[in-house]
Design a binder for this molecule. Structure first.
Ligand code: HEC
Length: 196
């Protein structure tokens, strides 16, 4: 387990985030939402990580104020940088939430690989709700809040596919299984030929 480096997190924040969210974490009223005292930041750690990885668009309420804008993804950052900056925003100003590790970032990245566009707030809320109603995966919503890796991996049910592609994904995996079987049979047939 790598430990997050909050000093480096502060550096990444200054380089990547503070132009919009401001060094104070208070944002710009009506334009850029605050990160200070925001539940989106201090709640389940999977949420700020997912936002940094994919960006965010559309209506969102932060501390009782409505925004409807767009944040670009910062997916060019390394897992370690994302862990550092997420830890920084979770602990800066008046915030006091658990740190997150690069391993957690890697897991959230894998679990959200099917999400190709910036999130909407609605999607993120659905994701968290789904995870908290779903026992084994409950902690994934909190990917990082509980930073045991197993709880995060268990999150087969962090199931993004349910949100972005309602039913297709099962058929995809079905296709892969059948394809795999056919391939295996072909290989066995070929090996038999070789040995006879
Ligand atoms: C170009 C401006 C811009 C940059 C750069 C930017 N953001 Fe954002 N961010 C926004 C906007 C705008 C929203 C709200 C998007 C919407 O309206 O859907 C937002 C929303 C958020 C939210 C959820 C709402 C909240 O206020 O808690 C988080 C968390 C967040 N940003 C974190 C970050 C972090 C961390 C970085 C740096 C890695 C960053 N942002 C960089 C503009 C930016």
């Amino acid at each position: 387990m790598s430990t997050p480096d909050i000093t480096n997190g502060n550096t990444v924040y200054n380089q990547v985030c503070s132009a919009c969210h401001q060094p104070t974490g208070l944002g710009l009223p009506g334009v850029f939402p605050p990160l200070d005292a925001s539940d989106w930041v201090t709640g389940p750690a999977g949420v700020p990580i997912a936002i940094i990885l994919k960006g965010l668009q559309g209506p969102i309420e932060v501390n009782g104020v409505n925004y409807n804008s767009m944040m670009p993804a910062a997916n060019y950052l390394t897992d370690q940088q994302i862990a550092d900056v997420t830890t920084y925003i979770r602990q800066a100003w008046s915030n006091n939430a658990e740190p997150v590790t690069a391993e957690t970032v890697a897991q959230v990245k894998e679990m959200t690989s099917e999400q190709l566009t910036p999130w909407t707030a609605e999607q993120l809320q659905a994701l968290v709700a789904e995870n908290s109603s779903n026992a084994p995966a409950a902690q994934v919503a909190s990917a990082g809040a509980t930073h045991t890796s197993t709880s995060v991996i268990d999150a087969g049910s962090f199931n993004l596919s349910k949100i972005s592609e309602p039913s297709d994904s099962h058929w995809y995996s079905f296709g892969w299984v059948i394809g795999g079987l056919i391939f295996t049979i072909a290989v066995i047939a070929f090996l038999k030929k070789l040995t006879h």
